[in-house]
Design a protein. Structure first.
Lengths: 189, 189
DNA sequence: GCTAAACCGTGAAGCGGTAGTCGGGTCAAC
DNA sequence: GTTGACCCGACTACCGCTTCACGGTTTAGC
């Protein structure tokens, strides 16, 4: 059995937080001491562990309550909804980033890579010693191992859909040894 | 002169919001009608326009107050600070995305690289002909040109916060020519 | 046995940035 | 003079806690 501050410290929480969880009925200690102190059992501890995991994913208290209530039946719907929300929240923040960057007249921070664009990326690889042929091998390898990630990556550099598909097609073709498809200029236009 | 609800609607705000702005002294109407109604002048309107622009960038009321107080002298510091905060907030959300995706056993749809991990990435660069030294030069270059994007990139490969910060620190140090920091094993452990 | 520190309890208030609601006053049109 | 749209100030609610206040309990050392 753990006392409140002891348990709180185990999870990096404050005593107040556990008091709050008790008040809202999310986690109530299963016992009390003679002096009416809260006593948490190992089962309570396990429940708190789950709660913390969900909280770290940004789920609301209400969401967590319902997740704990339905005991692993169909948790996925709530989680999926939260995942969607997160995506929207991130996009909102990215919009704000762009607005602010505009005010500062900084190169607009756009996609997932924000201040990264095709030119910067290529310059970096070149600085590391890659030449055109190496970059082509790299695209081929990327397309072979993770075509979807390859696509997302190209988009994140600000390359448009059409051009991204073209690059991928050439990478796929080159991987099969078709010599006539050698057009390194597409990779570094 | 505009009345409160009229002005609120022009900016897609609620009446309550303008009442609040008045209460906290962010935007007070320059006049009152005979019936003590708030009357906003065109100058008030212009001020509100600025306020809305800043709010859309997610600045706090306090930030906006100080920005308006110093009348365009050195706004950039506050804005830059907010931009940094936004980057951190986005990273926090992306961490949550990954945690949730893990719970759903989905290949993280959130990160820019999704089904990409550190091992695959390194294998790809090696296949393209990069050696350890080249990879280190690349990290150094990445850190120098786009530190935030570098961080996001490392996180997207599934590298944890602590290790990402370590790699960046070493990259930054190596960029300044500190030979004793040469520890390529950190980049490919 | 005494004291001090560290713990425990309860209850209330506060944070930000609104949204909404209340009872009552004001205005223009019919 | 009445209807209905608008306005007023003041209030409450939201989330996930945190902080404060005040008093009782446990623990350690002397």
């Amino acid at each position: 059995m753990y006392r409140i501050t002891e348990l709180a410290r185990q999870f990096g929480l404050s005593r107040s937080t556990l008091l709050y969880y008790d008040r809202v009925g999310l986690l109530s200690p299963s016992g009390r001491s003679g002096a009416d102190y809260r006593l948490y059992s190992p089962a309570d501890r396990a429940r708190l562990e789950t709660i913390c995991a969900y909280r770290k994913a940004g789920l609301t208290i209400e969401d967590i309550r319902s997740l704990l209530a339905m005991e692993g039946d169909d948790t996925s719907e709530v989680l999926r909804r939260r995942l969607k929300e997160l995506g929207e929240d991130i996009r909102d923040l990215q919009v704000k980033q762009r607005l602010l960057a505009g005010m500062l007249r900084i190169t607009a921070a756009g996609g997932p890579h924000a201040d990264m664009d095709k030119e910067t990326w290529i310059a970096m690889l070149r600085a590391a010693g890659m030449d055109d042929a190496a970059m082509e091998r790299w695209h081929v390898e990327f397309e072979r191992r993770a075509p979807e990630a390859h696509h997302r990556f190209l988009i994140s550099l600000g390359i448009n859909e059409t051009e991204a598909l073209l690059i991928r097609k050439l990478s796929a073709g080159a991987g099969k040894g078709k010599e006539e498809n050698r057009r390194t200029d597409v990779f570094q236009p």
